[in-house]
Design a protein around this ligand. Structure first.
Ligand SMILES: O=c1ccn([C@@H]2O[C@H](COP(=O)(O)OP(=O)(O)O[C@H]3O[C@H](CO)[C@@H](O)[C@H](O)[C@H]3O)[C@@H](O)[C@H]2O)c(=O)[nH]1
Length: 448
């Protein structure tokens, strides 16, 4: 129940529909329109289930059914725990379905494993993370890095992957400091337990992007299967805009030169403070780079007069955009990204290099992957050099200029364009992701 998890699952549904599967999507009342809209014109069935947050948590207003609508991400764990209230309705609905070959459910919906077991349906987990980040977290956890005596920002080498160094700050504080009995701790225990006990994991990645880490996951837990079937964003046609009016930001973009526009966006749930918004705005203005900046919440405040001053060279959008369409436009030459995994994959597919500015969840490790492993981005400079340090306007301006105008940007653009080509090959007939989906289908659909 989060856009960053729903969108790739919808793409996955499309892949199955193309292979003539009968697909049923389960959602909740408030999320239904987004799903129905995305799958309009397909033969998918949609089942709507009620979601009621327990009255003991008055902080989550009724009717909030997706993390992007939460008043604060600090409510995330309670929200995620509350999804278990859907389980009885889900099971009632399962009773009405004809034979089901397999179910694919989001990793955060741990309770769906119990339902799957009751109905003898293999459950595949959709986790939405890269194999790199799962491998790095697993190895760092086993090495005790997050609970070690070293300072929070001290880098420690991973024994298994000695070229990777990480620090405690790479992990979210809520997970790092979670004590047994706390909601974050109990939630993590539930979701990890349900994931490892599920039939397998569907990954939004492709083998050639991270072969070492795909192999690591496959060989270190042979009882659990991994299928890299991505990039899932390529399952859908880009720019399939069917409305009568082109969005104003696309019209604006179409007036620009090739590779001249910087796209700035931080996904569907990151919280950006007023102080940070001011530094981003001033940094963009100082850089003189042309930019398209998508702001998630209408009430986020920008410095007075900023939009008027940058008019023409910069555009601020306060609406939901088709991000894939933007990243696939040849006028976009760089992306300041929070490094949510979907955004990283979409940027790679669009051949757009990144300034990696991670904000939450596993994004700090994704940012390492973008800069150090894939070499398709640079890390946003923080004022004290720490991974969670404050970003000032000088850092913004310096990094975006380096990406858009510097030698390093040219090299990164070349690197990412190579990966974009390989990504397309992976999903074509005979490609690695195409074949992985073939194997998945064959294995699960030949089961009686
Ligand atoms: O105006 C918008 C804003 C977002 N998006 C799309 O929304 C998705 C956002 O996903 P992502 O980039 O992964 O960011 P989050 O929404 O922050 O995703 C959460 O889920 C991801 C997948 O598990 C994690 O990698 C992230 O860390 C976590 O924050 C992408 O497909 C974007 O294209 C739009 O299309 N239009």
């Amino acid at each position: 129940m989060s856009k960053g998890h729903t969108i790739p699952l919808l793409h996955f549904a499309r892949l199955l529909l193309r292979r003539n599967f009968s697909v049923t999507l389960f959602t909740t009342t408030a999320n239904r329109p987004f799903i129905a809209d995305s799958l309009s014109g397909t033969a998918a069935s949609i089942v709507t289930l009620p979601f009621t947050v327990s009255t003991t948590n008055n902080d989550i207003p009724p009717g909030i059914e997706s993390t992007d609508k939460l008043p604060s991400m600090s409510l995330f764990f309670e929200f995620a725990m509350a999804t278990a209230s859907i389980q009885p309705h889900f099971e009632q609905a399962l009773e009405t379905l004809p034979r089901v070959s397999f179910m694919v459910t989001d990793g955060f919906l741990w309770w769906t494993l119990q339902s799957a077991n009751k109905f003898h349906i293999p459950r595949l987990v959709f986790f939405g993370m890269s194999c790199y980040s799962v491998s790095v977290f697993r190895e760092a956890g086993m090495q005790g890095i997050f609970r070690g005596p070293q300072p929070d920002d001290e880098l420690v080498e991973l024994t298994r992957f000695p070229w990777i160094k990480i620090c405690k700050e790479d992990l979210e504080p809520s997970s790092r400091n979670a004590e047994p009995g706390s909601i974050p701790y109990e939630f993590n225990v539930k979701l990890i337990g349900a994931s490892v006990n599920s039939y397998g994991t569907v990954v939004n990645s492709f083998y050639e992007l991270e072969p070492l880490f795909v192999d690591y996951l496959k060989t270190t837990n042979t009882s659990h299967k991994y299928w890299c079937v991505g990039p899932l964003c390529l399952a859908d046609d880009v720019g399939s805009f069917s409305g009568t009016k082109e969005p104003k930001w696309m019209t604006w973009l179409h007036q620009k030169k090739k590779c001249s526009v910087l796209y700035v966006a931080f996904g569907s749930q990151a919280e950006v403070s007023n102080e940070e918004l001011e530094e981003i705005a001033m940094g963009l203005e100082e850089s003189m780079v042309s930019f398209l900046w998508v702001i998630r919440k209408k009430d986020w405040v920008l410095p007075k007069g900023f939009e008027e001053r940058v008019e023409g060279s910069g555009m601020v959008v306060r609406e939901w955009v088709d991000q894939r369409e933007i990243l696939n436009d040849e006028r976009v030459g760089g992306y300041v990204s929070h490094c949510g995994w979907n955004s990283v994959v979409e940027s790679v597919c669009g051949g757009v290099p990144m300034v990696a500015w991670p904000m939450m969840a596993e994004q700090h490790v994704n940012a390492r992957m973008v800069e150090e492993e894939l070499k398709v981005g640079i890390r946003m400079e923080t004022c004290d050099g720490r991974v969670r340090g404050f970003v000032k306007r000088e850092g913004v301006s310096k990094c975006v200029k380096e990406l858009m105008e510097g030698e390093r940007g040219i090299q990164l653009r070349q690197n990412v364009k190579v990966l974009a080509r390989i990504a397309r090959m992976a999903v074509q007939e005979g490609g690695s992701s195409w074949s992985a989906l073939d194997h998945l289908i064959h294995e699960l659909c030949s089961k009686k």
